[in-house]
Write a protein that binds this ligand. Structure first.
Ligand code: 7GP
Length: 810
């Protein structure tokens, strides 16, 4: 059985399953038990296809890609799996007969928060697309016991609470005890002459950690393909404990047990800043070593080809540098365990591995201190040292006397291991995630590497799964699209372009307006229930949702809100088109300016919302705990998509694409994928403002920008800046850290420089919104052109350009 024929079959299966699971009568089930029952039923449906998919890959010896990522921000799986299986309607009808509403059951699932932000969510869209396109590809990551923290706002400030997402169990995972492997840390490694006259490595006195895989099915879209996301959990065994005792004392054994348990306990709450902790390095090696060992074991058992041909059957992709240790780890396995020479192992490794960079922020570039790296991973360090030695010798031979070049491409330099350099050196492909970002990698961040290996570099502009972000999040819009252009776009997002023909059709635009209105009502209801705040669905919904970061400039947004408030206060008769400004996003726990930005948003929100006159014209709200599920409520309801990062800083952005797909108009800088959105829809259908990336770069290099001058020359800027520190925002609140970053530290992200252009762009938004038909036309054009930003397009480009994969029917 891999479908329910009709709702009757669903109901009888449900009744059986519920009895087995809960030993209760149906009316006594809690909503969460109903959720779990359905989830287990879905897993039963999937299991046959899951087994068959794997068998087919093995029988056909199909080339497979393994996508290694320290984060997978999956979001809820029940709804997406039901949609993938085409079982949503049957399930809904069956549950209804039994007295439950599927829409009330779905929120019972906790979001698996195994990611921080863009990088983790991209990984989830990618495995979704792999399965939808019937491409043999799997995810590899860690089964963190605690996901990214839950965010509460208390007294206007972010408070971080643990996210124990596994507390009620996770029905989607299957523990595979028989597939456990051991990962080794610490001890001593050295080379000694071997019997065949070469060198061999001795690795001794290490500690061994058991890595146990938990597999999660990744369900294709109406196609019977079920790929795998393999999540590793660290465990210690009794034998390991005895071994530790034999190597040292009780203390060593005790310490060992604790550190093992820590490995898969927490997801690091970092996005674009790097904490540099030993535990993080342990996590990275743990994931990489466990993942690779299981791939090599599979290769030997099922593919049974020579290891020299490894790259013909296996592609390994590293999502940023966190998994870059796959490079020395694959070398280790090929040499120490399989007996390949250095050169042979290196060739296989480079041909197998490909790397994507996700940020150029210097603080996010991973570097490890050599002493720490060496003591934790002695064997891996020897390999890194050797590959660095060989590489620098080659560079110095090719570019004699050019020590600057050597520094810019060295893996080991200044007492540190440079993970991005390791990643580029050990991969056959390096890509950025939007055109402008890939260009910056070639021109500056990795310029010296680019001169060494120009053909390695390419661009793969990000995309998002239109299944989750349109079909699942916005069924109202999906239905309208079916009625208008037929359902082909569901399988092939490019077909959304057919909407363009209707973008001037008043009847279609009227229905589009109704859909948006419905979605705004749904969001307004949620806000009413959760916050007891009334927002007006007739107002412009202007939304900025993403991690909180200075470069993303939530500060620019809220300073404009504050400015608008002052303008309305000073001009009591002034009328604006009513606005609802919504914010959401988490700040890294140790990031002071980001946390103060959240507080500022909440303080300004209170000021505005408590003013009886002003609040008729504008409302401001910070929504707690932004995550995938909340995103699914917000993207469909937006009129305006805030994409206002400092040009050159946002590698791509993917929220911009989700908004566009749901018909919002981008208000943005020429940064990341905004550049391509702008190219797709043109000036008439998005609003672009602010410094361009080259202007930003010029200021950094040649100077010439003074935020003090902005302050002293512009009364509006002075007013908002002063209010940050003079206590006028209520309760005498002061925002010294933000004030300092804007004035004393000369406004690294050009917030004040772009302030006036942003205010004008906001006025332009209002002007356009008031030309109703034209606005709706723009909305339609955005939807029509969003097909390009489906991750299916992106994954096809990876599959043909980097991985050389072909679809396999299962
Ligand atoms: C993000 C980038 O900031 C964002 O612009 C991009 O769209 C996304 O990756 C997907 O490519 N980066 C991260 O989330 C991140 O953690 C640090 O970067 C390595």
């Amino acid at each position: 059985m891999n479908t329910w024929q009709d709702k009757e079959e669903f109901k009888s299966e449900f009744t059986k399953k519920a009895h087995i699971l809960w030993e209760k009568d149906l009316p006594d089930l809690t909503p969460n038990e109903v959720y779990q029952t359905v989830a287990f039923m879905v897993r039963d449906l999937v299991s046959e296809d899951w087994i068959r998919t794997n068998e087919t890959y093995a029988e056909e010896k199909a080339k497979q890609v393994y996508y290694f990522s320290i984060e997978f921000l999956l979001g809820r799986l029940l709804d997406s799996n039901l949609i993938g299986l085409g079982m949503e309607d049957v399930c809904r009808a069956g549950l209804k007969d039994l007295g439950w509403d599927l829409d009330r059951i779905i929120p019972e699932e906790r979001d698996p928060g195994l990611g921080n932000g863009g990088l983790g969510r991209l990984a989830a869209c990618f495995i979704d697309s792999l399965a939808a396109l019937q491409l043999p590809g799997h995810g590899c990551s860690i089964r963190y016991q605690y996901g990214l923290f839950n965010q509460r706002i208390i007294d206007d400030q972010q408070v971080e609470l643990p996210d124990s997402w596994l507390a009620d169990g996770f029905p989607w995972e299957v523990k595979k005890v028989d597939k456990a492997v051991n990962v080794r840390f610490g001890g001593n490694a050295y080379m000694r002459p071997s019997e065949d006259g070469g060198l061999e490595c001795v690795y001794e006195k290490y500690s061994s950690v058991r890595a146990v895989p938990y597999d999660v099915p990744i369900v294709g879209y109406h196609n019977h393909t079920v790929n795998t996301l393999r999540l590793w959990r660290a465990e210690y065994s009794r034998e390991d404990m005895y071994r530790e005792l034999s190597l040292g004392d009780r203390h060593r054994a005790f310490h060992y047990k604790n550190s093992v348990q820590l490995i898969s306990r927490f997801l690091y709450p970092e996005d674009s800043t790097e904490e540099g902790r030993k535990l993080r390095l342990m996590q990275e090696y743990f994931m990489v070593s466990a993942g690779l060992q299981s791939i090599v074991r599979y290769y030997k058992k099922k593919i049974k080809e020579s290891l020299y041909k490894f790259d013909q059957y296996i592609a390994i992709h590293i999502n940023d540098t966190h998994p870059a240790l796959v490079i020395p780890e694959l070398m280790r396995i090929l040499m120490d365990e399989e007996g390949l020479s250095w050169d042979a192992a290196w060739n296989v490794t480079v041909r197998t591995v490909a790397y994507t960079n996700h940020t150029i922020l210097p603080e996010a570039m991973e570097r490890w201190s050599i002493p720490m790296f060496k003591s934790l991973l002695p064997r891996i360090y020897l390999i890194v040292e050797e590959l660095n030695r060989r590489w620098l010798a080659e560079v110095r031979k090719r570019f004699p006397g050019d020590e600057d070049k050597a520094r810019d491409v060295a893996v080991l330099w200044d007492g540190q291991v440079h993970m991005a350099h390791l990643a580029v050196l050990g991969s056959h492909s390096v890509n950025g995630v939007a055109e402008i970002h890939s260009q910056i990698l070639k021109d500056s961040t990795l310029h010296q590497f680019y001169t060494c290996f120009p053909s390695r570099f390419s661009n793969k502009t990000n995309g998002v799964s239109h299944r989750r972000w349109l079909i699942q999040s916005n069924p109202q819009l999906a239905g309208l699209l079916d009625d208008t252009i037929g359902p082909d776009w569901r399988l092939e997002a490019k077909r959304l372009i057919d909407v363009e023909k209707f973008s001037k059709d008043p009847a279609f635009l009227e229905r589009l307006a109704q859909v948006k209105q419905t979605r705004k009502y749904i969001l307004a209801d949620y806000i009413q229930q959760k916050y007891e705040v009334k927002v007006d669905p007739a107002s412009i919904f202007d939304i900025q949702i993403k991690r909180i970061h200075l470069y993303k400039r939530q500060l620019l947004n809220i300073l404009h809100v504050l400015h608008l408030y002052y303008v309305l206060k000073a001009n009591p008769r002034m009328q604006i088109t009513p606005r609802t400004f919504l914010f959401g996003g988490k700040a890294a726990a140790g990031y002071g300016e980001a946390k103060q930005t959240i507080k500022l948003i909440n303080v300004v929100a209170r000021l505005v919302n408590n003013d009886r006159r002003i609040r008729k014209q504008m409302r401001v709200l910070f929504l707690e705990n932004y995550n995938v599920s909340l995103g699914q409520l917000l993207f469909p309801a937006a009129d305006v998509s805030e994409q206002i990062s400092t040009a050159g800083k946002e590698a791509s952005g993917t929220g911009n694409m989700k908004f566009m797909m749901n018909g919002a108009i981008t208000l943005g800088t020429m940064d990341g994928a905004n550049v391509e959105i702008h190219r797709e829809v043109g000036d008439d259908n998005c609003v672009i403002f602010g410094l361009r990336a080259n202007e930003v770069m010029d200021y950094y290099i040649h100077g010439g920008y003074s935020s003090w001058n902005m302050y002293s020359e512009d009364a509006d800027i002075r007013q908002i800046m002063n209010s940050l520190v003079d206590g006028s925002l209520g309760n005498g609140e002061s925002f010294g850290m933000l004030y300092d970053s804007l004035l004393d530290r000369n406004d690294e992200f050009f917030v004040l420089k772009d302030f006036k252009p942003y205010c004008q762009a906001q006025q332009e938004i209002e002007r356009r919104y008031n030309k109703r038909l034209q606005w709706l036309h723009s909305s339609a054009v955005n939807i029509a052109h969003s097909g390009y930003f489906s991750s299916d397009r992106t994954i096809r480009q990876y599959a043909s350009g980097i991985w050389h994969l072909k679809p396999v029917k299962s």
